[in-house]
Design a protein around this ligand. Structure first.
Ligand code: MOS
Length: 733
């Protein structure tokens, strides 16, 4: 692969998407379909004592009602971060126990969606209630040091040097506390399953980031051989971490379809998704920073309490990223988990990094003011080429260039340092803020099968899921360039079990894992084609070479994995288990970086905050697909605006569950909240990391936005706000 940038080609699936040809699971309208709906618990914790199904059962069209009494022999598929496959270990309806408000208690299947919904509403339960705790400080929660849990085997303490001693002696100190609320991913595509049995084989059509986990998890739950389960997910309409595993409703739909001998479709409505799929847990942070008078950061201590469920330990990895932002002389991270009565939280886009960098980069801004130093200059003066934690070199790190380029594009030099020192013509306070973000560079194993045919077909089969991020387009770009064909000729067969192993697509490792494998497969194919021609294949397309050699097609298969991963990782891949490498590799550490520059306007009377301009400069290694990459970053910045100024999943400790469980009351940014977002890429390949030079992009794009906005609000108003989301009432006198 040469060093030329990739062209700004359109999405390969754009035409299908705008014409409605890309079929999502909820679009499925096969004949004979039975529709299912769920009834859910209306208590915070306890037990179902009795379920009255009479009214539902006589409703016209209702065909099947399932409750916890109907799942004998079905097992939980386990928690994905606990050796299993599910978003949590608790599979609803396997017992009468209720662990959280909104947990399903019955499934009603009917000839029409309307009858199913009405039937579910007619299920009447009586309960025995128990006390429950849904906020971090409520009586009855349990707080545990992550280091004292089995998670310590996976998630190491993040420690370098003696941060406490260095902090004690530091000339200048910051000590601040931050909170980040519960939030929900809310992909536009609701989680939807169509389950169908045929000759003892179960086929699942579901938009997912993890087809293999659905397959293996269903096999485990239903005591089937994995060969008896096929999962098809050509498109997911947004994942953001919520679709990263076997969902609770997939098992329910599969059992209903088996009982009925007909295909069952179960689309989980938005309000239920707030309770029956993952979410971003509440976290609270204490950051202590110590510096010398010249502004060298000698100590950072980052302590976090993060919410988990009663039944699972959702790992906290906040310090893993805050520790890699700057060249901290000494660092100590400490993470504790707080058990509450909710469904198990999970990975929501930049799950730890967003909240961790909000806390750390707000603190760095505060330090800059304490030192009287420019916030960009302070960060540049604390840059590092060595990972402070592993002491290994970064495989690449261009954060300084991101900051410098961003400052130039944004016009940072016009900024006057003092809070409230800049005003717009209309009297609004103008605030200019900056923050950095980082995200671990991870890779997972992949098997790529590449086939060309003599009529010009190019087919790449690989583990990857298309959830709107554009992995098909990136694959097409990589393969097309190598083979010298048009990108639109490349067909990517992805998100389907039984073709090639499908690893979970998450953690921003999708492109960094699939593209090197696809590129290496293309190299292998070129070698195989060269062997077909004694001489003179130069300038010929693969189809021409095949024709000349009298061949119909040619196929190669290659495997690739993260640096340092053992060959046994391919067994884990095939078993549908997370097989994640990095960000620390044998010879280096890999992170992606970003710098965000934000302008806010705060209206003096109402204190309404607007974000008219964001400039984001990204170091994600090689950019495979400029159009989809820039789109990812703009989307990430919008997520950052939402996470900072809008989004919170509200909890009432008296009732449990989440109160604002719809898009009318869970506020996300609308077009009026989003103005100019300028995106630039450093676009320097990281060939130490992998053969394509690609690092991750999707999640780093939102990391640091919250701090940049909060820092801009401080610059505008002199108010240092440390609790998300930032609201007008926090800015009023
Ligand atoms: Mo991402 S939150 O790892 O799908």
């Amino acid at each position: 692969m040469n060093g030329m940038p990739f062209p700004n080609a359109p999405r390969v699936d754009a035409r299908d998407k705008v014409r409605g040809k890309a079929l999502f699971a909820a679009d499925d309208a096969r004949p004979d379909l039975v529709h299912a709906a769920l009834a859910v618990a209306t208590i915070g914790r306890g037990r179902v004592m009795a379920l009255d199904r009479r009214a539902a059962s006589v409703l016209p069209g209702v065909r099947l009602i399932l409750t916890h009494e109907d799942f004998g022999g079905v097992k939980s598929a386990g928690f994905i971060m606990g050796g299993g496959y599910g978003f949590q270990s608790l599979q609803p309806m396997l017992s009468s126990g209720i662990a959280y408000r909104g947990q399903p208690i019955a499934l009603v299947a009917a000839d029409t969606l309307e009858a199913a919904i009405e039937g579910a509403s007619l299920i009447h339960a009586t309960y025995e209630t128990e006390p429950f705790s849904v906020t971090l400080d409520a009586p009855g929660t349990e707080t545990i040091n992550q280091a004292d849990t089995p998670l310590k085997n996976f998630f190491h303490e993040v420690v370098a040097g003696d941060a406490d001693a260095a902090y004690a002696q530091a000339a200048v100190k910051i000590d601040a506390a931050f909170t980040s609320p519960a939030q929900h991913q809310n992909p536009i595509e609701l989680i939807a399953t169509v389950a169908q049995w045929s000759d003892g084989t179960l086929t699942i059509h579901e938009g997912t980031q993890n087809a293999e986990a659905i397959r293996q998890g269903l096999a485990a739950a239903l005591a089937l051989s994995p060969e008896r389960v096929e999962v098809i997910s050509p498109f997911a309409g947004g994942g953001f971490g919520q679709k990263n595993s076997l969902q609770m409703q997939t098992i329910l739909a599969a059992v209903a379809a088996q009982r009925l001998g007909r295909p069952v479709k179960l689309v989980v409505p938005r309000a239920q998704l707030f309770h029956d799929a993952s979410f971003r847990p509440v976290s609270r942070h204490r950051v202590r920073l110590g510096a010398d008078r010249e502004g060298r950061m000698v100590a950072a201590i980052h302590e976090v309490d993060a919410q988990t469920s009663r039944h699972d330990l959702f790992p906290a990895e906040y310090a893993a990223v805050s520790s890699r932002l700057h060249g901290f002389g000494n660092f100590r991270g400490h993470e504790r988990l707080v058990r509450t009565d909710v469904q198990t939280p999970g990975y929501m886009r930049a799950p730890f990094e967003h909240a961790a960098c909000f806390a750390m980069e707000s603190s760095v801004d505060e330090l800059a003011y304490r030192l009287g130093k420019d916030p960009v200059a302070l960060r540049l003066a604390n840059d590092t080429v060595v990972d402070p934690i592993s002491k290994l070199p970064f495989s690449s790190r261009h954060l300084a260039e991101c900051l410098q380029r961003g400052a130039e594009v944004f016009g940072w030099s016009r900024r006057t340092m003092a809070p409230q020192s800049m005003r717009a013509d209309d009297g609004a306070f103008v605030g200019l803020g900056v923050a950095a973000g980082a995200y671990p560079g991870m890779m997972v194993p992949a098997v790529a099968r590449l086939r060309v045919t003599n009529d010009g077909g190019v087919f790449i089969n690989i583990g990857a899921h298309e959830m709107g991020q554009g992995v098909r387009t990136a694959l097409a770009a990589a393969v097309a360039r190598k083979l010298g064909v048009a990108p639109e000729r490349v067909v990517a067969e992805i998100g389907q079990t039984g073709v090639t192993p499908q690893h979970l697509t998450a953690g921003s490792w999708g492109t960094a894992s699939a593209i090197p494998a696809a590129s290496e497969a293309a190299d292998a194919l070129l070698s195989a084609l060269a062997e077909l021609t004694a001489s003179g294949s130069r300038g010929q397309t693969p189809a021409q070479i095949l024709k000349a050699a009298g061949r119909h097609s040619l196929e190669v298969e290659i495997r690739s994995k993260a640096p340092g991963q053992p060959d046994a990782i391919y067994d884990r891949l095939a078993a549908g288990l997370p097989s994640i490498g990095g960000p620390v590799y044998p010879e280096f550490t890999t992170f992606s970086y970003i710098a965000h520059f934000v302008e806010v306007r705060v209206e003096p009377r109402t204190r309404r905050v607007r974000v008219p301009r964001v400039v984001s400069v990204v170091d994600c290694g090689r950019v495979m697909s400029p159009r989809t990459a820039a789109s990812q970053v703009r989307g990430g910045v919008v997520w950052g605006i939402g996470a900072t100024l809008r989004e919170v999943s509200e909890v009432d400790p008296r009732y449990g569950g989440f109160l604002n469980a719809d898009l009318a009351e869970y506020l996300v940014p609308v077009n009026a909240d989003v103005d100019s977002i300028e995106v630039e890429f450093i676009d320097k390949p990281d060939f130490k990391f992998n053969s394509a030079g690609v690092k991750g992009l999707g999640e780093v794009s939102m990391v640091g936005v919250a701090a940049a906005i909060a820092n801009a609000i401080y610059h505008a108003t002199g108010r240092r706000l440390r609790d998300l989301p930032i609201r007008i009432e926090h800015l009023l006198d």
